[in-house]
Design a protein around this ligand. Sequence first.
Ligand SMILES: N[C@@H](CCC(=O)N[C@@H](CS)C(=O)NCC(=O)O)C(=O)O
Length: 219
Amino acid sequence: MSKLVLYGVDISPPVRACLLTLRALNLSYEYIEVDLFSFEHRTEEFHKKNPQQTVPVLDDNGTFIWDSHAICCYLVDKYGKNDELYPKDVLKRALVNQRLYFDASALFMPLRNISVPYFYHNVTEVPQEKLNNVKEGYKHLENFLGDNKYVNGDIMTIADFCCAATASSLPAVLKMDPVEFPKIAAWLGRLEKLPYYEEVNNVGVRKYIEMLKDKFTYV
Ligand SMILES: N[C@@H](CCC(=O)N[C@@H](CS)C(=O)NCC(=O)O)C(=O)O
């Protein structure tokens, strides 16, 4: 078995999605913290690992893979004892992929579009439209969940890890009202029962929310 190294920071939702996958697969890995605030990821050395200069990055024996969604898919395909977390069946996989791309584009990006300008340029005035995009994300997620236990039905997949790592972080910019979004609240409650979820997700979520709490004015 090759050596896995994950580069990341625990406030990052995509990093936490990868950590959830690594833990669900019971894989051993080294975790290397990257100090985004000292621009460690903008160095030439990190650029060689990921020219996009984002975390997470997975180093599997000298091959570098980035984008959390690609990493999670790869980990299950290569190291999963079965395909439950990322089904091989073409149709089932297409549906899981749909939720992964939803997370990448419609759930995480609205959050990133508010948090990154704050972290790097101290932008605290946020156009209402940006906040509306976060709300749209919540609404779609609530709708997708419907009466299912997980985002793709009754079986937990990596799409749950990716969407949950993001959704649990969204309250940093917009409170998740459990009355308006009861399916999301119940689903997150279900995932919280995973023995490693508190350690690899919620600790980082709390730090992230604390860093962004009361920082924004919406105009
Ligand atoms: N789609 C990417 C997003 C990665 C991303 O935006 N990561 C953030 C941390 S949450 C980052 O590295 N930000 C540093 C920067 O953009 O300078 C993924 O899922 O991995």
